[in-house]
Write a protein that binds this ligand. Structure first.
Ligand SMILES: [Zn+2]
Length: 509
């Protein structure tokens, strides 16, 4: 590609609403463009090219693992969400609309119902299972406050996959395969990440894992071990149980638990004085939809005691209808790892993938059955697997940038090499630039030739902003038979003989 022909509107101006590096650089490098500041973005040519490269890595690894790509209708009839019970539960983030015949439709943020509907029409026998189907296409979530560019936009490109099985055992096998496949994807994209245990809500169990890209700007707090692989979302993190005696000072935190159809209950959570209530754990312990502040004068109808307190608390001291024990405390920095005894610490991450053991949550209400070997009707057991593909672009930059711009990783870079002709009026520089460009193209190297009439300084600023991993700078030193080979990460450069540059590139790239 010739830079002079490229639509790449780079700018020095930082967008008003941008605070994250990825948001700033994706716009400043001319990769994406905001549409009316409403959490919607256009992808410009090189942004689209990067998105396609990331998409290709995701697709290649999934296909290798035996998954099959489909493309579901973008618009979903509301009736399908009615069947699963999600239409009622989902709030205003679900975009709902009517067609000219007054039929109800939605734009789905995920497509469990659509995929279940596809499979129930086509799969009838255990012989057709297992199946792992996925799609990579646009999803929509009507965020109340879209922000951070591609990190939390309203429209996003997502890979969502769904597997269907004749037994829980087989679903667990696929879940483990997807974990390994996701590791390959994130490793190929050059990301530093952790696989963490996540809160799986009302479904329970350890059936949910998140893939967290480590970055200080991440929105999620994750707990990791200094000595082993252990990692968990703060909402799911556990540590080695502490031992408490009967002299332990305790406190009771009162909350109002909210349930379907406007029901609510007053709940008291009993925990050690120096511990902190983990709201998601607490919410799950009473199967509530949400916890909110409560008038503390009210006496609780349910009391949940932190399980590690055990005999340190006398349950008869409470006048409640129900007393339960559960893990409701937030893991603190310095707590002991339950796996290895090492020290736990907090770090920040960006959620880039999530795999989930779904069981029969959708297949039962939606009547997705198969005939087993004995001719008996059974609901299919499902898993679901997501990757935020457009969000990955932001995550790659959050982890790989400096104060000048993006530093793309090898498999995500818009080009493998940029050739910069310093002075387009210098015939010798142009001749070498053109020769190298043609040679790289014939070798199959994805190369960008900066053949613009602009000043050298502007060209270098754009190079740093765009973040192609390597560049050859053909400048004044060509008169002494030298060119420069630049590596974007660290902006280190070495002098190479102009005569030998082709061989050097052949060996290096
Ligand atoms: Zn550990």
């Amino acid at each position: 590609m010739r830079y002079s022909r490229l639509l790449l509107p780079t700018t020095k101006e930082t967008p008003n609403d941008a605070s994250l590096a990825s948001h700033i650089y994706l716009i400043r490098a001319g990769l994406i463009q905001s549409v009316g500041g409403s959490g919607l973005y256009n992808f410009l040519p090189l942004g689209k090219k990067i998105l396609d490269k990331v998409r290709a890595v995701v697709k290649e690894e999934l296909d290798k693992a035996g998954c099959q790509e489909v493309s579901l209708s973008f618009v979903t009839p509301s009736a399908l969400w009615d069947e699963s019970g999600r239409l009622e539960k989902y709030g205003k983030e679900l975009l709902r609309f009517k067609d000219r015949k007054d039929n109800d439709f939605i734009l789905g943020p995920t497509h469990e119902e659509m995929m279940v509907n596809l499979v129930r029409q086509t799969v009838k026998s255990y012989k057709q299972l297992p199946l792992n189907l996925y799609q990579i296409n646009l999803k929509f979530r009507d965020e109340i406050r879209p922000r951070f560019g591609l990190m939390r936009g309203r429209e996003f490109l997502m890979k969502d996959g769904y597997s269907f099985h004749s037994s829980t055992e087989d679903m667990l096998r696929e879940f483990a395969l997807m974990e390994e496949t996701y590791k390959k994807i994130f490793t190929r994209l050059g990301l530093e990440f952790r696989v963490v245990e996540a809160d799986s809500g009302a479904i329970g169990g350890s059936g949910s894992k998140e893939f967290m890209v480590l970055a200080d700007s991440g929105e999620d707090t994750i707990v990791v071990c200094n000595d082993c692989e252990y990692g968990a979302n703060i909402e799911a993190a556990t540590c080695q149980p502490k031992v408490y005696d009967t002299h332990t000072a305790c406190k009771t935190v009162i909350k109002k638990a909210l349930y379907d159809e406007g029901k609510s209950l007053c709940v008291g959570f009993v925990l050690p004085q120096d511990a902190e209530l983990q709201e998601t754990k607490a919410c799950n312990s009473v199967d509530a939809n949400d916890l909110i502040e409560c008038d503390t004068q009210q006496s609780p109808s349910i009391v949940v005691i932190e399980e590690t307190l055990g005999a340190a608390v006398d349950p008869n001291a409470f006048d409640a209808e129900e007393i339960n024990y559960a893990d409701i405390v937030a893991v603190q920095e310095g707590d002991t790892c339950a796996m290895c005894g090492g020290a736990l610490r907090y770090t920040k991450g960006i959620e880039a993938g999530h795999i989930f053991q779904l069981g029969t949550r959708y297949s039962e209400p939606m009547g997705t059955h198969f005939l087993d070997e004995n001719g008996k009707t059974q609901p299919m057991v499902m898993g679901t697997y997501g990757i935020g593909v457009s969000r990955l672009l932001a995550a790659i930059i959050e982890q790989n940038h400096d104060d000048k711009g993006c530093i793309w990783t090898k498999e995500s870079a818009p080009f493998a090499l940029q050739i910069i002709i310093s002075n387009i009026k210098d015939d010798a520089q142009v001749a070498l630039g053109e020769k190298l460009y043609e040679a790289m193209l014939s070798l199959g190297v994805d190369v960008l030739l900066d053949d613009r009439k602009d000043r050298f300084g502007a060209k270098m600023s754009d190079y740093e902003l765009l973040g192609v991993p390597h560049a050859v700078v053909i400048g004044k030193n060509l008169s002494e038979g030298k060119v420069e080979f630049v590596t974007r990460k660290g902006m280190s450069s070495i002098e190479v003989d102009a005569d030998g540059i082709l061989d050097f590139l052949r060996d290096t790239l």
